[in-house]
Design a protein around this ligand. Structure first.
Ligand SMILES: [Zn+2]
Length: 510
């Protein structure tokens, strides 16, 4: 039995039921340790695009393939679990900007806006700004650009998340100063005409890129002047451990997908989200008054937009390991609240069932059972877990025009799955169409660059029992887990705006 798995073996459905039991207010076997009424520290984990079926995917993989539960399942068992409804201002679906703003400010806001009032466009104070005003240290960690919607909403006020990135970066680095910034997006932090590698030591060439600023300002040089340690790779991050002010910029844009880091030999350079979280906590815990830290697992969402299930699984696991770092920190003391949630689901991802028969079950007892459909099961999870490279990076290598042979080779190399000749020919034909789009709900693939992978996903469904319905976001409720002082606030079902109040209450702010 793996350590920490104290309930004995359970399949994924038992784990899901366990979460549900907490929602219903039924006590589990674990109780939060006696804790002070107030939190000194709060860590908020946001899985971007980490909807309910993404959670199921993670739970199923962890228990059925890996043989060790998710760290967030451990956290839920020891703490509390509820649901968050991600409605935005006058809308049922949301985007990351509105969802993060709602958690940061406690107000429903317009999609694509960053912490401004939906009627007046006046800035709304964020949790991070509250924390700074209370004398706490703060940190933002993401495997996306730090100017991207989720981290930005905690610090930036803008009528649109799509204003020039340099404006978002200027606000991110402006007062009140955030003590720890770890992520991507360096292209908006460096002078026009330069590359990120010129400003950041250790940055690998694969994640370097040119400035997209139009002025000579270097936010990185300014941060250095304010006493920040500046790092660009894993070794640098380790060497700067505990620095009071820490700026880690690991890519000009987003960090590469977990799968592609390994594929491209970047594992030694690009830190995992768990390593980023550990480094952030090591720096922030030195501050006397406590800290507020936001960690975003952003690439779950991107893989969901692309309909790339194997890449998404690796991102879910990466996010979960980061949650584990926060949980381990919190349970080693009694003054830290850890919240785990998501902003929305993405892609309409789900497992389903299809033709193929039920597999090797004791059909002597159920002689008619073999007539049924094949439910998604362990072998599908194993196929997805064996993916070696994101399809997002691989599909552009299909020949142009696409041929069945090229499609077959590219997909097999990336996923290990060999399409049938018929599937490959069908996919090649669709890729070559002038208006290539999925036959189902093709209008919901607003970003044309996601179409090749989405089309491949339709063929791969025959092998993986994974279906998708959109290239966009979905309206599913998302999980909200809590451990530590104030964790009971997550119980029940509420809008995501309540995250703001839970954290304010935990800190004891009026
Ligand atoms: Zn998204």
């Amino acid at each position: 039995m793996p350590p920490g798995f104290h309930h004995g073996w359970r399949g994924p459905f038992a784990a899901i039921l366990s979460l549900t039991a907490f929602v219903a207010g039924v006590a589990g076997s674990g109780c939060a340790p006696a804790a002070p009424a107030r939190a000194r520290n709060v860590i908020l984990f946001i899985g971007d695009g980490f909807g309910m079926n993404q959670l199921t995917f993670g739970i199923a993989y962890a228990s059925e393939v890996r043989g060790r539960p998710l760290r967030m399942s451990e956290l839920a068992d020891a703490g509390s679990a509820g649901y968050s409804i991600p409605f935005s201002y006058a809308r049922i679906t949301t985007d990351s900007a509105a969802a993060a703003t709602q958690m940061a400010t406690g107000r429903r806001v317009l999609t694509e806006t960053l912490s401004v009032d939906p009627e007046t466009a006046e800035p709304l104070p964020t949790l991070l700004e509250w924390a700074e005003a209370e004398g706490l240290a703060t940190g933002l960690v993401a495997n996306m650009r730090l100017t991207h919607a989720t981290p930005a909403a905690f610090k930036v006020h803008a009528k649109s998340r799509y204003v020039p990135e340099s404006e978002l970066a200027d606000q991110l680095f402006g007062e009140p100063h955030v003590e720890v910034l770890l992520g991507g997006g360096g292209r908006a932090m460096i002078p026009a005409g330069t590359t990120l590698g010129e400003s950041v030591p250790g940055l690998p060439a694969a994640t370097d890129g040119p400035s997209n600023r139009e002025d000579d300002r270097s936010l990185i040089a300014e941060a250095k002047e304010r006493g920040f340690a500046v790092v660009g790779d894993r070794a640098g991050l380790e060497a700067a451990r505990g620095a009071e002010r820490l700026l880690g910029v690991f890519a000009a844009s987003h960090l590469p997908y977990v799968l592609d880091r390994s594929w491209e030999g970047l594992d030694d350079f690009v830190p995992t989200l768990a390593e980023l979280t550990g480094a952030a906590v090591a720096s922030l815990e030195g501050h006397e008054a406590g800290f507020f830290l936001v960690v975003e697992g952003g690439l779950i969402d991107y893989a969901g937009h692309e309909n790339d299930a194997g890449a998404m699984l690796a991102e879910i696991v990466d996010f979960d390991e980061a949650v584990g770092v926060g949980f381990d920190f919190a349970r080693s003391r009694d003054d830290t609240l850890v919240l785990v949630t998501a902003d929305h689901g993405t892609g309409g991802f789900s497992f389903t069932y299809g033709p193929g028969g039920p597999g090797p079950f004791p059909t002597a007892v159920f002689p008619d059972y073999s007539a049924g459909p094949e439910m998604a099961g362990v072998r599908h999870l194993e196929l997805l877990a064996a993916q070696r490279r994101s399809l997002i990076e691989a599909m552009p290598e299909v020949s142009s025009p696409a041929t069945a042979e090229s499609v077959l080779a590219v997909i097999e190399e990336a996923t290990g799955i060999r399409l049938t000749g018929e599937e490959a020919a069908d996919l090649a034909e669709q890729l070559n169409a002038e208006t290539a789009a999925p036959r189902d709900f093709g209008t919901y693939y607003l970003d044309g660059s996601t179409v090749p992978v989405a089309l491949a996903a339709r063929q791969l469904a025959n092998h993986t029992q994974v279906v998708w319905s959109t290239g966009g976001h979905t309206s599913d409720p998302v999980l909200l887990l809590g451990y530590g002082p104030g964790a009971d606030g997550v119980l029940g079902i509420g809008e995501n705006t309540r995250v703001h109040g839970i954290i304010r209450n935990a800190f004891g702010w009026e």
